[in-house]
Design a protein around this ligand. Structure first.
Ligand SMILES: [Zn+2]
Ligand SMILES: [Zn+2]
Length: 139
C-alpha cells in the first residue's frame, strides 16, 4: 500500500510504497528556517520508489554541514516543504512527514533517530526511548 502526501493547497501530490527505511527528526537551523517550525520530521524512503504524482515542486539548494548540497523541494504556490534530496544520501529521499496524508504524519509513533540535537530548541527534550541522539549529522 502506498503512503500518500500533498502540499497545503493541493497542487502537489506524491507517494511512496511500503514502510520508510528510517524515521528521523532534524533539529538543524536550516530545517527551522525552511519550515518556520522547531524541527522537521522525516520518512526516509528509497529515491527510486518515490513518485511525484501531481504537479511540479520548486526546489532550492542549501549547503549542508557536510559541505554537500541539500536540495529542498516545495510547492511554488502555498510554500509547503515536501521533501529533500541530500547529496550525501543519493539513494534516498527525505519526505517531510508533516506533508503526509491520512494520519501518516505521526510516523506511526516511530522515531529512529534525532539529528542536530545541538540545535534543538530548549523547550523540547529527546522524543522518546529508542530515538538515537546525534548532535549533528552522521557523527
Ligand atoms: Zn501547494
Ligand atoms: Zn535539518
Amino acid at each position: 500500500m502506498a503512503t500518500k502526501g500533498s502540499c497545503a493547497c493541493g497542487d502537489i501530490e506524491f507517494q511512496f510504497p511500503g514502510e520508510p527505511a528510517a524515521t528521523a527528526l532534524c533539529h538543524c537551523t536550516d530545517c527551522q528556517k525552511w519550515t518556520g517550525g522547531a524541527f522537521t520530521s522525516n520518512a526516509v524512503v528509497p529515491r527510486a520508489s518515490f513518485r511525484v504524482t501531481k504537479g511540479t515542486p520548486k526546489a532550492w539548494d542549501a549547503v549542508g554541514g557536510s559541505g554537500k548540497l541539500n536540495r529542498h523541494f516545495f510547492c511554488g504556490r502555498c510554500g509547503s516543504g515536501l521533501y529533500t534530496e541530500l547529496e550525501v544520501m543519493p539513494e534516498q529521499t527525505c519526505v517531510k512527514a508533516g506533508a503526509l496524508d491520512g494520519g501518516a504524519a505521526g510516523l506511526g509513533g516511530r522515531v529512529d533517530v534525532e539529528f542536530y540535537t545541538k540545535d534543538r530548541v530548549a523547550y523540547l527534550g529527546p522524543c522518546g526511548e529508542g530515538a538515537r541522539q546525534e548532535p549533528a549529522f552522521g557523527s
